[in-house]
Design a protein around this ligand. Structure first.
Ligand SMILES: [Zn+2]
Length: 146
């Protein structure tokens, strides 16, 4: 940000350093898991790299692997201890991606059939139906062929 004063501390870094309270669920060498204070469902957990990383593209392969490995452990715990039957993972990266806290975080939302979140309808209401030609053009562009 600016150069006029110290930035406010990153809340997730503070939790990772145990300087701020967090409801810890688990950790490994590179990642930490704790409950969000704004859960969609009971047990909704955030998994963050311990290092201050803001966007997905800034994280190292080891950090990403650690975040997803811990996220998978969290999902197992949610199923075993809270009786969830599935999970929805969500990761917003960058301001345009509607990232809320500027420290990368993977949401692990425990799900049950008919739990009312209804994300499939949210998605299908907004999904486009591009022509095959457009899909092919986009794929070629992403592969550097056009
Ligand atoms: Zn941070």
């Amino acid at each position: 940000m600016g150069t006029s004063g110290p930035s406010p501390p990153c809340i997730f870094c503070e939790i990772a350093a145990r300087r701020a309270p967090g409801h810890l669920v688990g950790e490994n060498a590179e990642a930490l898991a704790f409950l969000t204070i704004g859960p969609l469902r009971r047990g909704h957990t955030l998994v963050v790299p311990k290092r201050h990383v803001v966007e997905l593209v800034e994280a190292s392969p080891v950090e990403l692997a650690s975040v997803f490995r811990l996220g998978t452990e969290v999902a197992r715990l949610q199923r075993r201890e809270l009786g969830s039957e599935g999970e929805t993972l969500f990761l917003a990266s960058g301001e345009a991606g509607e990232q809320s806290v500027p420290h990368l975080h993977l949401h692990v939302v425990p799900r049950q059939r008919d739990d009312g979140l209804d994300l499939a309808h949210w998605w299908s209401d907004r999904a486009r139906s591009p022509a095959r030609e457009e899909l092919e053009q986009t794929a070629r562009r992403l592969r550097g062929l056009d």
